[in-house]
Design a binder for this molecule. Sequence first.
Ligand code: SF4
Length: 189
Amino acid sequence: ETKAVIPIESLDSISTKSFPLCMRQLHEQLRIAHHLKHGGRLQYGLFLKGIGVTLEDSLRFWREEFIKIMDLDKFEKQYAYNVRYNYGKEGSKRNYSPFSCLKIINTNVGPGDCHGCPFRHCDTGVLKNKLIGYGFSHQVVSEMVELSKKTHFQIACSKYFDAIHNADVGLGINHPNQFFEESQKILKG
Ligand code: SF4
């Protein structure tokens, strides 16, 4: 089965419809700050590769944001390498896989970082406000927050999946790219 190519022009829209919260958050942060720290670039960059964003589009995507706050020259010297690296075009040329939930949940997240799993790493109040801001009902948001508090991060994520699809799928989630693919199946019927 060949995977559909996802054009970067569709990411703003698709991030609200088919991205898990961890990736939606990174996308939003990139649009707001025109930058992501290393952990975020890695987590989000590999996810994008996994959903079908081409290397050329990825380079353009990161470049268009980063050059809002830095010279093109600086981007090319310090950041373009990492984008190509994620696609196995630099360094050891390994074909790096997008991170699983387990890896993301167990990652170290420091101050100013936006990567990780929001159900695990976000402060409860911040998480709650974010979810309310997305327009979910207080009932659904409370459920997600309570599950997070009980360390049922992936079940909270499954609730989020149901909430954005207005459905009752109860999907067992173990990978952000699986989340995306299952979402696309639903949206494309
Ligand atoms: Fe992302 Fe997995 Fe956390 Fe869901 S459970 S937000 S897919 S890391």
